[in-house]
Ligand binder design. Structure first.
Ligand code: NAP
Length: 149
């Protein structure tokens, strides 16, 4: 009888220890981290700048407006300089964030990345939003060609 009670106590202790180590401590950790993350702004979470391609129309423009409204500074990339300036003025007037513009035509191929890289080198890019139909394909070509050098 005493042995049974002892075994029950040891079993209960082991189960409690396992639950604490494997469920409660990690669970509380995850909960705590997600609460802390939610309190942080996009800038604090990812960095100061968001780079948006295809930023002068449609999805890209909407994306740029939303990110600026959340306090991100923007690098807007598109083909037409006039449209870039117009969108820049609109977003600046609405939000006051800092905005850089890069006018490039992605249909010219990977050479446009020299220009983009020079513009982005000195800034802390936290978010990249690709909203044109060329960028991701070109970016992968660019990465493979630079890796081969
Ligand atoms: N809208 C949809 O329902 C939908 C659905 C599924 C997928 N998509 C895809 O999502 C992407 C964006 O769609 P959207 O409707 O927002 O397009 P959109 O309104 O036509 O806007 C396209 C943007 O990409 C830029 N762009 C186009 N060609 C370019 C080039 N050669 N070099 C640099 N920039 C260029 C345009 O700039 P400029 O005006 O200065 O040329 C513009 O800012 C597209 O790839 C589209 O296929 C859209």
């Amino acid at each position: 009888m005493v042995l049974l009670v002892l075994l029950a106590i040891v079993g209960a202790y082991a189960t409690a220890l396992w639950t604490l180590e494997n469920l409660i401590v990690p669970g509380v950790g995850i909960l705590w981290r997600s609460i802390r993350l939610r309190k942080k702004s996009l800038r604090q979470r990812y960095g100061k700048w968001a780079v948006i391609t295809g930023a002068t129309d449609g999805i890209g423009k909407g994306y740029a407006q939303q990110l600026a409204a959340k306090g991100m500074d923007l690098v807007l990339i598109s083909r037409s300089k006039e449209k870039l300036v117009k969108v820049c003025q609109e977003i600046k007037a609405a939000t006051g964030v800092e905005i850089k513009l890069i006018a490039v035509d992605f249909s010219h191929g990977v050479t446009v990345f020299d220009n983009i890289r020079a513009e982005l080198e000195s800034i802390d890019v936290g978010i990249l939003g690709e909203n044109d139909r060329f960028f991701s394909r070109l970016a992968s070509e660019f990465t493979s060609s630079t890796c081969l050098q």
